[in-house]
Design a protein around this ligand. Structure first.
Ligand code: HEM
Length: 156
């Protein structure tokens, strides 16, 4: 099955990726995590996204899921987070030698969620490496790094 024409600029994202990340924020202790994410082609002009993370010992950590909608150069990332947020990331995709997806997020917080007021996500693909960066403005802090990870394409 060939992918929808709209997805051609992000074709390199499709598949399974896994690797390790580092978490930080001014209010918490740094932590390391393992990450698995996938961008799945479902035959329509968007990708289904799913991410799961674990501590280095294998304890489940954050998970999230959503849809990446592409009308290049516009990219829209619609996400549901179990920490009580709905996130709408809007930005651009650049597909040259390196694929770069940059998204600025608007957030809806549930009544009991720790308050997150804005996010910034970056996904960079170089060959079979995917680098992710996640910054947030949360719990009264200015925009700052919470996560970065380096993932490898899982083959087969
Ligand atoms: C790889 C994914 C992620 C991992 C492994 C992770 C892990 C953590 C950990 C270990 C903490 C400190 C303990 C805690 O408060 O539970 C934390 C705090 C926090 N995280 Fe994340 N997180 C992830 C993604 C996110 C995302 C996507 C958001 C927001 C949309 C987010 C928002 C927060 C907030 C608001 C705090 C609280 C900071 C505070 O209380 O001072 N996290 N995260």
């Amino acid at each position: 099955m060939s992918i929808a024409a709209a997805l051609e600029p992000v074709a390199r994202l499709i598949g399974d990726w896994e690797g390790e990340g580092l978490g930080t924020y001014p209010t918490i202790r740094d932590f390391r995590y393992r990450e698995h994410l996938s961008f799945v082609d479902v035959g329509r002009p968007f990708l289904h996204y799913e991410q799961r993370t674990w501590s280095p010992e294998g304890r489940p950590m954050h998970v999230e899921t959503g849809y990446l909608r592409i009308a290049a150069p516009v990219a829209e990332f619609v996400l549901a987070l179990p920490t009580g947020q709905a996130e709408l990331g809007e930005g651009t995709v650049h597909d040259e030698e390196t694929l770069v997806l940059e998204l600025t997020g608007r957030i809806l917080n549930s009544a009991t969620a720790k308050p997150v007021t804005a996010t910034q996500r970056t996904y960079i693909i170089e060959g079979d490496l995917l680098r992710t960066q996640f910054d947030m403005e949360a719990v009264g802090q200015p925009m700052g790094r919470h996560l970065e990870s380096v993932l490898h394409r899982r083959l087969g």
